[in-house]
Design a protein. Sequence first.
Length: 397
Amino acid sequence: MTRSNFPVDDGLDAIELFGGKGQTIMLLAKYHGMKSGINFELIAGVDLRKESDIRFLHAYVDRNKPQVTIMAPPCKGYSKWGHLNKRINYDAWVESRKLSAPLARLSGDIAIKQVNAGRHYLVEQPQGSGLYQEPQWRELAPSAHKVILDQCMVGLAMNKSPYWPVRKTTEIWASYERLLMYLQNLRCDGSHPHAHIGSWSNDGHPTVASSDMQVWPLNLCERIAAGVSECITHVRLSHRAYAFPEAAAGEIEITCPGCRGHIRREDPRHDRGPGCKFRDVEPMIWECDGCKHHRHRNHPSHTNGPDCRWSIARTVGEGASSERAPRHPRDGRVPAFRDPTAELRLENREDGVPGDVLEDAPPDPEVLSPDVEVHKYTFKVQKYNLEVQKYTPEVQK
């Protein structure tokens, strides 16, 4: 697979650097529903000692913007026994530093990139590692959240008989405190014996090679994954806006009772003051008694004349129903042609509204006698060329 064929994901939740088999981002995707990216590791096909792969890493982070970058750079050249190795086997110490120092600085550059972009990182190292003395990590130290734990408390043990727990004291830095939520209070409680990391033991306890203890135990991966999930969830929720300001910057605070009641702009109940949206609209004053008291348009106090606001019904194509009860059971809807303002509509108005007023409106079915023949009517819809055929139904006697 070439670099150009690597997947390019938009809006990743997490990626991993030096993650071994990538167990942590696998847990994030499988159990937390997170969108995980690439595991930048040699066994995954990425060699971060190569300049081309370093450029690929930076381009991938810039483009996909992972919310959290999980890192565990090699600590071979930064162990707390490094000063002894420098004296005893200087050449080997130099070789280990040549491997570890560039990767430590690279991880520091990625951490700084994450922080500058408002995103987050987590890095794991043995306690006392010299990695944290590199310039990039000294720059991040004042704002970093830190925790120290013993990996024997999260399941680190020998990979061969007698499978004793191994006390590997670890220091983890993170840019967000919730990343470390599930890594608290994990110092050894002394309830179990420990195997020694190294090749010698002065108390008869078994030993284990340091290289065999570089892989994170499953419980530690689960705790880190849970912290990453907690961090991302909290960040997303905190970015939601729940503020309800009374008035946005540059907007007028609405205090007009007419505007607050969503009343028509021509209504006199608008105070036309600074807090009114219709300050420049001329109010319409109606002399009709029903309009003065803001009664329903079907109320008999409306005159339906020039002094009544409901005379405007002539310009609309449909009437309003009568006032109905607010809750069930209630009467049925009254047809529009039964509205008191129905006769006020103009005939042949040519305003694009379907239908003209009919002289022969259908009689009320409730007052029909059994021997009355119902005469239906014909009307044409102007603008739409729609015609309803006339027919005469027979009424059973």
